[in-house]
Design a protein around this ligand. Sequence first.
Ligand code: KIV
Length: 276
Amino acid sequence: MYVQANQAPRRKPVTVPLLQEMKAAGQRIVMLTAYDASFATHLEAAGVDVALVGDSLGNVVQGRRTTLPVTLNDIVYHTAAVARGLEATLLMADVPFMADRDVARALEAGARLVGEAGAAMVKIEGAAPHILEAIGALVAHAIPVCAHLGLTPQSVHKFGGFRIQGREDEAAEHILAQGLAVQAAGASLLVLEGVPRALGKRLAASLVIPVIGIGAGPDCDGQVLVVYDLLGITPGKRPKFSKDFLAGNGSVAAAIAAYASDVRSGAFPTPEHCFD
Ligand code: KIV
């Protein structure tokens, strides 16, 4: 840790190798979405490890039903804004729908999100052959990749809705195989969304890379939420896997700090936030 004159000690910058060390040391990783510089400063102050500029911005910022209309320009714009509010927190940006349809476009997305907007890694949904190829190409170009499996929102039409994935044995085995495949392709992190708790536990135990859950139970190596869900301001019904941390905490800063503390201690998520 380094100290600047007349300033409190700053946090050690979170890096991709540090996330791997955290898993090895059994330290839970705290991840949260952000879409602008003001929220980013709150994540930074709360010591959140990873800020994700998710394509969930299509839902919570743009008011869309799905993430599919979100463009690469949208993610670049919001990633650059979030980058201005961060210091030590690692910045991850989503590769939006169809920006990964071939290796050339995936590399173009990586170049813009990392080179232009300031992300340190990109997140890409699925494990289809072209995605595995894209992961390998991004990593070969020194762009770390977070994979995203389970209830991947960009596949909403294929799934027939936002449905929990991996409930049947065959489906669970398929997601486990996908996890091993994205790891072998070079991914350094995995977001696992909307799967039964037992499958979250299995993936975290089977993979070397950290598994960050959202609706995947408490046995993952870390947790991620959409910040608007955490503050209870997303319109409509609160997702089961989320919790309103603003209730009882009084301010945005306190709510984000409580989330970070509860993830680190294992107090969040509880069974009421999990799926069987
Ligand atoms: O877009 C997003 O915010 C995400 C998280 C829900 C993991 O992908």
